[in-house]
Design a protein around this ligand. Sequence first.
Ligand code: FES
Length: 306
Amino acid sequence: MNRRASKIFRRGGRPQAASGLVELTEGLEHARGLDRAARTLSTAVRRALPKGPVKDVLHGVPAGHPAHPPLTDLPMGAWISVAVLDLLPGTRRAAQVLVGAGLAGAVPTALTGLADWSALHREQQRVGLVHAMGTTTATLLYSASLVARTRGYDGAGKGLGYAGLGALMVGGYLGGHLAFRQAAGASHADQVAHLVPLGWHDLCSVDELPDGWPVQRRLGYISLFVLRTGDDVHVLADRCSHLAGPLHQGRVITDDNADLCVVCPWHGSTFRVDDGSVVHGPATGRQPAFESRVLEDGTVQVRPAS
Ligand code: FES
């Protein structure tokens, strides 16, 4: 029995070696040497893009998900097409137009990426910085490619284009790591809807809830943001959909429509407490909301809002 337990422990305790590429990318997450540049750039981005409607659009708040990932299709699609056209005869003009179209698409792509990147954790910013270096290098190489093509140096234009494609692939790979390994851009609260059984659940006594002051309560292993205002009890998932910040530590404010909102203490995402809708990013995903009721004996019950 003991021998078996020890064997299991050894298996679990020594992780398999990751591939060189994965190790290299994971190493970037811990590359402190990138921090100074990341700090300088994120400060500059926050100054240039203050909170407000423009920044919300760049984050993708109106779309309900980040705007950056779908926009990357513009330059990537155009430039991958160029790589194919450059292998075919009689496509000089079409390739030239697509290089320019990719450059035009790179502008909103970069702006949305910068806005999102400026509100990430340090490990995400390190990877994001190298991701941006790759895509910026690609953009510079395609710019040079366009100049060469318009001056009639087609061979040089094609060579610069393929070099740009290589840099773009490096940037794209790191973008995938950011999105899927480090979960930048994904909602960090959506799973709550799958973790709470249907129906009403006892949460706490209404007497425990201070008026106008948010507190944290647990429903099973889920953490909830609970705010009582007079006879009303507003309940949201506590982990912010942006990067899981604790909403119960946030400020309660009223927005321009006089709706009661909570501002996340980490990056300032603002949610209406009634329904969890996003007022300001960087969060783009609605905060899961719960219906509540107070029984005659003062028990507060909640259930996931339908
Ligand atoms: S965790 Fe970033 S705004 Fe809440």
